[in-house]
Design a protein around this ligand. Structure first.
Ligand SMILES: CC(=O)N[C@H]1[C@@H](OP(=O)(O)OP(=O)(O)OC[C@H]2O[C@@H](n3ccc(=O)[nH]c3=O)[C@H](O)[C@@H]2O)O[C@H](CO)[C@@H](O)[C@@H]1O
Length: 407
């Protein structure tokens, strides 16, 4: 017999997937909920193709998969197949909800979120939405119509819960990153974290470290530009840690090898917190995850927004840029010459980097996972077992006075 709703350990379905940008905040919330109550029951809803396939079981959570059903954007053959495929996905989601006997559904947007929101409505369950990007995706825009809570990474996102609360929680950071964010506020702790992480990565903590990422999938353009400057950087005494993306690292290998032992090329950093702890400067994309993490950590960054999708990457970094924590360069303008002119002097300019880092931190939130966990437990009628240091007065907007998010 299952417990009545609102009683016993929390039971939750977390829906999200695709890239690590969607999966990592979901896992950060899962870890936070479990750390408050080890008996919390969690099922993650994802697809069989996304990064969740690897990342979710690796962190010890059950993954239920449904087929990827992209919402039709034009009247083609896929649009004709959509209603049946969608109904099937909703049915499978309903089965996953019933299996965990969920009392709340939390969605992070993307392909699996729309069926999850629909199945939750059918089951009469409250929905909590987390929107990572400044420009909300379609699934979350639809879901926000009946959501109990819409939680936002960025204050400037215009998505609102029509019938519920809209709260600026920031990005839920996984525990290792939240810990690092706390340590980096103190100069001595920050230096210690850098030394410890440098030892694990085989880096010299006393020389400049440039971290290069292309988001969770890697970025060919960034890889090519770095390949063209690899030797200039190492000749200048800079150590480069470059996560080029799975399957994209081979193209950089000849340049990395020619640049010598200070050029560390990897496909992906599972423990990216170590890389962040050592980095003086980061060059990368401006996915919401990257921006949210680096702001919370007070890390100066050179951002190269991905010029596709709905343009969300340019918007994601705007607040950070305005605050002075970011240099932003268009994808097309990112060349080896640009890196030589801008990044080579910057990575050794400790005063400027310190100012950029401090500016970045003013826009970041380190306890986003705790804030979101409070909202989820509350929506499910559970006590919030720890107190988040939430600036509710500033972070909560009254949904009735906001602009229509569907426009
Ligand atoms: C191509 C694409 O679809 N991009 C979207 C995707 O970004 P994508 O998933 O690439 O990027 P994000 O910046 O959001 O997140 C990357 C995540 O991967 C982690 N990481 C990255 C590299 C690495 O070596 N190790 C590692 O752990 C980072 O710490 C971060 O948590 O989702 C974001 C959040 O909705 C969107 O803003 C992006 O537009």
């Amino acid at each position: 017999m299952s417990a009545p709703r609102g009683a016993g350990p929390l039971r939750v379905l977390l829906a999200g997937g695709g890239t690590a940008g969607h999966v990592n905040p979901l896992l950060a919330l899962a870890d936070e909920l479990r750390s408050r109550d080890a008996a919390t029951e969690i099922v993650v809803l994802g697809t069989a193709e996304g990064l969740e396939q690897r990342l979710v079981p690796q962190r010890g959570y059950e993954l239920a998969t449904i087929p990827r059903v992209p919402f039709p954007r034009r009247p083609d053959a896929a649009a004709l197949r959509f209603p049946r495929a969608f109904t099937r996905a909703v049915g499978l989601t309903g089965e996953a909800i019933a299996r965990v006997d969920a009392d709340v559904v939390v969605g992070f947007g993307g392909y699996v979120a729309t069926p999850a929101y629909r199945a939750a409505a059918r089951a009469g369950l409250p929905v909590v939405i987390h929107e990572q990007n400044v420009r909300a995706g379609l699934a979350n825009r639809l879901g926000a119509r009946r959501a109990a809570v819409v939680a936002l990474t960025f204050a400037e996102t215009s998505l609102t819960a029509r019938r519920g609360r809209t709260v600026h929680t920031g990005l839920p950071l996984r525990p290792a990153l939240a810990d690092l964010a706390r340590r980096r506020v103190d100069a001595q702790q920050s230096a210690a974290a850098r030394r410890e992480a440098a030892a694990r990565l085989g880096l010299d903590a006393d020389r400049p470290v440039l971290l290069v990422t292309g988001g969770s999938l890697g970025a060919q353009r960034i890889n090519e530009a770095l390949a063209g400057t690899a030797a200039d950087l190492t000749k200048a005494g800079v150590q480069v840690l470059h996560a080029a993306g799975r399957g994209k690292d081979d193209a950089v290998r000849p340049a990395a090898e020619a640049a010598g032992s200070d050029y560390h090329l990897v496909p992906y950093l599972d423990a990216i917190e170590d890389a962040y702890a050592c980095a003086d400067l980061v060059v990368g994309r401006s996915g919401a995850g990257t921006v949210g993490e680096q702001a919370a950590l007070g890390l100066p960054g050179v951002y190269v927004p991905l010029p596709i999708g709905n343009g969300e990457q340019r918007l994601n970094v705007r607040g950070l840029e305005r605050a002075g924590g970011a240099l932003v360069v268009d994808d097309a303008a990112l060349t080896p010459a640009w890196l030589r002119e801008h990044v080579l002097p910057l990575v050794a300019d400790t005063d400027r980097l310190a100012a950029m880092g401090a500016a970045a931190r003013t826009t970041g939130i380190a306890d986003g996972a705790a804030r979101l966990a409070d909202l989820v437990r509350d929506a499910a009628g559970r006590a919030t077992t720890t107190t988040a240091t939430s600036d509710d007065a500033a972070g909560t907007t009254d949904s009735t006075t906001d602009t229509d998010p569907q426009e």
